[in-house]
Each structure stands twice: as structure tokens, then as C-alpha cells.
Design a protein around this ligand. Structure first.
Ligand code: BDP
Length: 700
């Protein structure tokens, strides 16, 4: 087992009763209508039938005799559904589905009904998931519908097939061979996404290449859009703001210039001539060297609206990123996005979504939620998570990210209402926004197992599930993924789940505990680099940890940068006091003396040491738990994870030793006696270099 089958590898059903019940259902499927999506469902039923039961499903052409399972849309089934039932299914929205028993002329059928063929597919995947996780009950009714409209993967894939921050090989988009050659993998990818309800993908890097908008590339992208359509997935592309200059031969990209408005209108019309349901553009502008409206004295709204107007007649969406900062301004980088975007609240078109990273700095192992959430009530705000583990162990470390996303989503923003949470803002339940988005930077590449580290499949899975429902818990998602990936043996499933759930806190502890952040290696971001200095201050580590002989941490309270002032007053009050702020955010907001007394009674210095050390110990515990599963998992997957956990242990020690030895040069105190004493030579750690580290951002 090389992991290619992901969570859709359907384990054989052993329980005889469950098997015979299911076998009966597989003996008669009837579709009430026709759709390319129903062909996708048929293929899934064939695969799952073979794998779970060793049986091919029977598709009948007659809806009563011999039929067991009915499939179709609410409209297609209108003659057999009660009026009330039709109404309640309709209320689930276009992506909603219902499944359950229907009595008709003395016989009971099991029905999977959606409001569109795509939602029938969602219902089928939900049904298959319930079977794989042992929760299917043929007599029960179940309905589902997503809380978020756009559930989207962002690929940071370049046209030459390198992947920025990609740790799983090359890009799966083979632009060179498209449009003529269709890699079968494209369909497996679409199927995996559809199984989670992911319904949008941006194919190209946010550090964009304008060539993707040339006719040749549109023809290539069209092939992918056509393949993805039956799976309910819309294609988006990244638009480089200076494309009018680069591929249009124009002298400017000023969004208020009529020639530029015309360029984008024509480009967009052309795009829709190839892909009639094209999703829209994703734009990174005036950020890290990317061109944008500021070059022409225009603001983000003027830039975004111009593109949004070109998309609007076609129903397209413009996604504009809020990841902006500038070393030329004097403020704390933390504050930039709010400073630039808050004044523009209400100024964006209805088809614009501002895509905001989960935290204000940059996908750190732990960040407080971004203060834009809740601060722009008249604007569509979408969430951007990073699934690829740029700052969380890349391809060598097992880190299940769902607990981090859950922590962010469940954070209270206290705005726009006193009970608002990030999830509520993002899914529109606490805000008025109609157009909602959860995006994740993909961790997918050409590696056979798709994600480099086999266990990182859990992050793709969890992302999709949380984008569908931001209120799902990381624990229940882990439970599903483990059972679907490794089988239902309770001991096995329980232990793997335990490893997953402990892994993120472990990583925070051995990398950046207690609110420390941005202390990784320069450029490649691999391994520790608390000593990184020189060049742009906001790309160094010292800027963030501010360690000196007196103490450590970034004062972001009113006495410092006052980034804290960008949060709701309730948060300002609680977090401005170092005694009250959750300790996990302590050094994010406070610069404190090494002897500051922590809630444990220990000093800050000791507590830092304990956290680093406990991170290493957790990894050892993960190794031990994994080792106890030998023989219960196929050797290929067992060994893959075992080897990587050994690397992770070394890397955790490296992080701990390097960071503690470095901070000790300021703290000038002994390491706490109860921890494993850091060893190694700080100078040697500092001089390590990694020219082959993958996924580095090209210099523009
Ligand atoms: C940073 C990455 C960089 C991305 C940037 C972004 O290091 O490669 O281009 O985020 O999100 O974390 O645009």
C-alpha cells in the first residue's frame, strides 16, 4: 500500500450482518435522471462495491422491482417524495442532500436525494463515509449541507511544475503535455476533493506568472475545468496585476485607465469562452514584490473592483488577498493588513472576497486569529489556511493541523456581535456576508502518496471537512480519517488518533512555544533560525523574539506597537495583562523578564526550557505508540511513518537544542534541571545550510 488510494481505499467489510445488508443495497441502484455526475457516482459505487464486498453493484433500469437504492435530485424524485419532505430538502440549499428510507407502495427503498446532481454525489460520499466509519444506519435519516459556499484549494504551483512551499514532489499539472494529454491522476484528484465537498481550486501560484492568461494556457486550463465539472469543482486562476504590461503590450496596469479596464474585460470574456463556469481570479497584489494598484496611487478596492467588474457579468468571483506588509513602513508587520484594509470596509464589490490568513504574521505554528476577522462587517472575508507544512515540519514531520484550525475558528472575535467567533464571521452566521470562502494552500504533489508524508493526507482531509463545516471538531475528523485510511480496529484507530491529536502541540513546543514566532531558517524556513538577522528587518528572527539580556518577547500592547489595539476591547483587556493572557500567546504580545513568574510558579526561562523539552518527549511518545502498531499496519505504510518519525525526533532535538542554546546567550541562566540538557555547538547549528531544501520562493 503506497497510500495512493487516500481515504477512499474502502476496506473490506468483515461483519457478516453488515456485509449482507450492504450487499443487498448494492444489488439494485436506480438513478431517477441522467447527469455526467451520476456516471461519477456509478464509478464510485463500482469501486467501493468491489473493495468492500467483492461485488459489482447492479444498476437497474426499472425503479421498483429489484431496486434497493434510489438516487437523484429532489425534482427528479418529486413523485415519490412527500411535499413536506421536498420543502425541507429544498431548504438545505443547492449543495444540500438528504438520505434515508422511503416507503413506497409497500416497500422501503433507501434514497439519496440532493438538490442538484452534485449534491447527490455529496450524499453518496457521506453515505460511504458512514459505512467506512461504522455509523451507517439504514433506518435513520441524515441530511447535510455546507456552511461555506466556496471550499477551495489554492495550489502554489508554477508553470514549470515547481511548487512554492511544496514538499510532495512536483506540480500535478502537466502544463507541457496539456491540452493533448490527460493524466489519469487529474480525475483521482477531483474525486478526492469531491469526497470532501471541495468545490473550487486555484491552479496556479499566487506569485503569479501572467502567461497563464494567454490563449494557449486557457486551452490547457479548459481541459482541467471540463474534467472537474462533473465533480462539482470550479477552476480559478491567479491573475498577475501587471499582466496588461507583460502579455498585453500596454504601458501601464493602472486599474482606472480605460485601456486596462478593457484589457481585463476582454481577457475575462475570452476565459469564459473556454470555461463557461470559470470561478474567477485570485490575486496577490502589493505584497512581497508582487505588482498591484499602489504603483498607480490606487488602493486595494480600486484594484479589486476593476477585476470584479470584468468577472461580474459572468457570475465570477474575485478573491483578493489581505497578506500585505511592507518593511518601509515603521509599524509592526502585524498591523499592516488592518491598516490598509479596515478603511476600505464597504468599498468592495459584492463579488469580491478578501482572503485573510488565519493569523496576522504568516502561518506560524501558533498565531492568535487575524484581527481583520470581525473588523470589516461590510466586506466578504474568507479564511486562508495553509495545508502545506511550510512552518510545521515540511515533509519530514507528522503534524495534524486540524487542532490549529479549530483553535482559530473557535476563537471569539466579540465582533460584530458579542458572541461572534471566527467561524461565525467566515461562514456568514455572525455576519451578513453571503459569499463565503475557506481556502487552503494545497499540500499536493506528484509523490505517489500525494502529500509527501503519508500522514499529511489527514490535513487535506481535515481541511476539506472543516471548510464544509467550520464547527466540526479536530477529534471527530481524525476519527473518520483514521478509520477510512487504516481501518476500524478500535485499538489501532485509537492509537493513531492519539498520535494525530498530540502532534500539533508537540510541534509548537519544540519549535515556537509560548507565543514565540518567526524564528525559523531564512528563505527555506526549514529548521530553527532564532539567530537570523540582516537584510529586511521583518524577515529576521530578532525582529520577532526581541531577546536581550533583560528578557524576551514582542511588546504589542499599548506600551509597544499596540497591535493588540486592533482587536475587540474584550480581547485587549484580557490580553494586555501578562497575568491574564493565555500563556500560549504570552510572548506574542509581551516582552517579559527572564525571571517573570509563570502560572506554574516557575520562571519564564525555565518554562521555555520545559516546553521545548516536552515537545521532544511528545515526539518520542509518538514514536513509541507507532512502534506498538507494528504488524497491524501493512509494512510499507508502517515503515514509511516509522522512518519519518525518527527524522522528526532528530529535528525536534535540533530545534530544542539550537533555540535553547541561543536564548541562553541572553538569559545567561542554567537550563532547568528536570529537562534533558541541550547539547551541541551553537555555532555549528548556525552554520548549517540547506541548499536543497524544497519549495523556496523564487526571487522576483
Ligand atoms: C509565505 C511564503 C511565501 C508565500 C507567501 C504568501 O513563505 O512563499 O508567497 O507566504 O502567502 O508564507 O503569499
Amino acid at each position: 500500500n503506497d497510500g495512493y488510494g487516500l481515504w477512499l481505499d474502502y476496506q473490506a467489510i468483515e461483519n457478516p450482518t453488515a456485509k449482507s445488508d450492504l450487499s443487498r443495497l448494492y444489488s439494485g441502484f436506480y438513478f431517477f435522471g441522467q447527469s455526467p455526475t451520476y456516471d461519477v457516482i456509478r464509478k464510485e459505487l463500482e469501486l467501493s462495491g468491489e473493495k468492500m464486498l467483492g461485488q459489482s453493484p447492479v444498476f437497474t433500469s426499472e425503479r421498483l422491482a429489484q431496486t434497493q437504492v434510489w438516487l437523484g435530485t429532489r425534482e427528479e424524485l418529486s413523485q415519490v417524495l412527500g411535499l413536506q419532505q421536498q420543502t425541507s430538502i429544498k431548504e438545505l440549499g443547492e449543495d444540500g442532500y438528504w438520505r434515508g428510507p422511503i416507503g413506497f407502495q409497500g416497500k422501503t427503498y433507501y434514497a439519496i436525494v440532493g438538490n442538484r446532481p452534485i449534491s447527490v454525489l455529496y450524499g453518496v460520499f457521506d453515505w460511504l463515509r458512514s459505512i467506512q466509519t461504522d455509523s451507517f444506519d439504514q433506518t435513520a435519516e441524515k441530511s447535510g449541507s455546507p456552511k461555506v459556499k466556496l471550499r477551495m484549494l489554492n495550489h502554489w504551483d508554477n508553470l514549470d511544475r515547481t511548487v512554492e512551499r511544496g514538499y510532495a514532489g512536483f506540480s500535478i499539472w502537466d502544463w507541457h503535455k496539456l491540452p493533448g494529454y490527460v493524466d489519469p491522476r487529474y480525475l483521482d484528484y477531483a474525486r478526492a476533493n469531491a469526497s470532501l465537498g471541495i468545490n473550487a481550486v486555484s491552479l496556479t501560484n499566487v506569485n503569479a506568472n501572467a502567461r497563464i492568461l494567454t490563449t494557449d494556457f486557457m486551452k490547457k486550463a479548459k481541459v482541467l475545468a471540463d474534467l472537474f465539472r462533473p465533480y462539482g469543482i470550479k477552476v480559478f486562476l491567479t491573475a498577475r496585476f501587471s499582466a496588461p504590461i507583460e502579455i498585453g503590450g500596454l504601458k501601464t496596469a493602472d486599474p482606472l485607465d480605460s485601456a486596462i479596464i478593457d484589457f481585463w474585460k476582454k481577457k475575462t470574456d475570452e476565459m469564459y469562452s473556454f470555461i463557461p463556469d470559470f470561478g474567477g481570479f485570485l490575486v496577490k497584489a502589493n505584497s512581497e514584490g508582487q505588482p498591484g494598484p499602489h504603483e498607480y496611487g490606487r488602493n486595494h478596492a480600486e484594484g479589486a473592483n476593476m477585476l470584479a467588474d470584468a468577472l461580474a457579468p459572468h457570475g465570477g468571483v474575485l478573491i483578493w488577498r489581505a497578506f500585505v506588509y511592507s518593511h518601509e513602513l515603521d509599524e509592526d508587520r502585524h498591523k499592516h493588513a488592518n491598516l490598509e484594509f479596515e478603511p476600505l470596509d464597504g468599498k468592495f464589490r459584492d463579488n469580491v472576497i478578501i482572503q485573510v490568513k488565519n493569523g496576522a504574521i504568516d502561518f506560524m505554528p501558533r498565531e492568535p486569529f487575524h484581527p481583520l476577522f470581525g473588523a470589516m462587517p461590510k466586506t466578504n472575508l474568507g479564511m486562508e489556511f495553509q495545508i502545506t507544512q511550510e512552518y510545521l515540519g515540511q515533509a519530514t514531520q507528522l503534524v495534524y493541523l486540524a487542532p490549529m484550525w479549530e483553535e482559530v475558528l473557535q476563537s471569539k472575535t466579540y465582533r460584530p456581535t458579542p458572541s461572534s467567533t471566527v467561524a461565525g464571521v467566515v461562514d456568514g452566521s455572525d455576519s451578513d456576508q453571503k459569499l463565503t470562502l475557506v481556502a487552503g494552500v494545497s499540500n499536493i504533489g506528484t509523490d505517489r502518496n500525494w502529500t509527501g508524508h503519508l500522514m499529511a493526507q489527514s490535513n487535506w482531509y481535515a481541511f476539506g471537512r472543516m471548510a464544509w463545516n467550520p464547527d466540526l471538531s479536530s477529534g471527530e475528523i481524525a476519527d473518520e480519517w483514521v478509520k477510512m485510511t487504516f481501518g476500524k480496529d478500535p485499538e489501532l484507530a485509537g492509537k493513531i488518533k492519539e498520535i494525530l491529536l498530540d502532534s500539533r502541540e508537540a510541534a509548537v513546543n519544540y519549535m515556537m512555544p509560548l507565543g514565540l514566532h518567526h524564528i525559523m531558517g531564512r528563505d527555506h524556513h526549514y529548521g530553527p533560525g532564532p539567530w537570523v538577522t540582516g537584510g529586511r528587518a521583518d524577515w529576521t528572527a530578532l525582529y520577532y523574539h526581541q531577546a536581550d539580556s533583560l528578557g524576551i518577547g514582542f511588546d504589542r500592547t499599548a506600551s509597544g506597537s499596540n497591535a493588540l489595539g486592533q482587536y475587540a476591547p474584550e480581547i485587549q483587556n484580557a490580553w494586555s495583562d501578562p497575568q491574564e493572557i493565555p500563556e500560549k500567546f504570552l510572548l506574542w504580545f509581551h516582552h517579559l523578564p527572564w525571571d517573570f513568574e509563570m502560572r506554574s510558579g516557575r520562571t519564564l526561562w525555565e518554562e521555555i526550557g520545559l516546553h521545548y523539552d516536552s515537545g521532544v518527549k511528545s515526539v518520542r511518545q509518538m514514536q513509541e505508540t507507532w512502534a506498538s502498531l507494528e504488524g497491524k499496519i501493512d509494512p510499507a505504510r508502517f515503515d514509511h511513518v516509522r522512518q519519518l518519525l525518527a527524522i522528526q525526533e532528530e529535528e525536534a532535538e535540533w530545534w530544542r537544542n539550537a533555540c535553547l542554546l541561543y536564548f541562553q546567550t541572553f538569559a545567561k541562566r542554567p537550563f532547568p534541571a528536570e529537562i534533558e540538557q541541550p547539547t551541541g555547538d551553537l555555532e555549528e547549528y548556525k552554520s548549517r545550510s540547506f541548499p536543497t531544501a524544497p519549495g523556496i520562493r523564487p526571487r522576483w
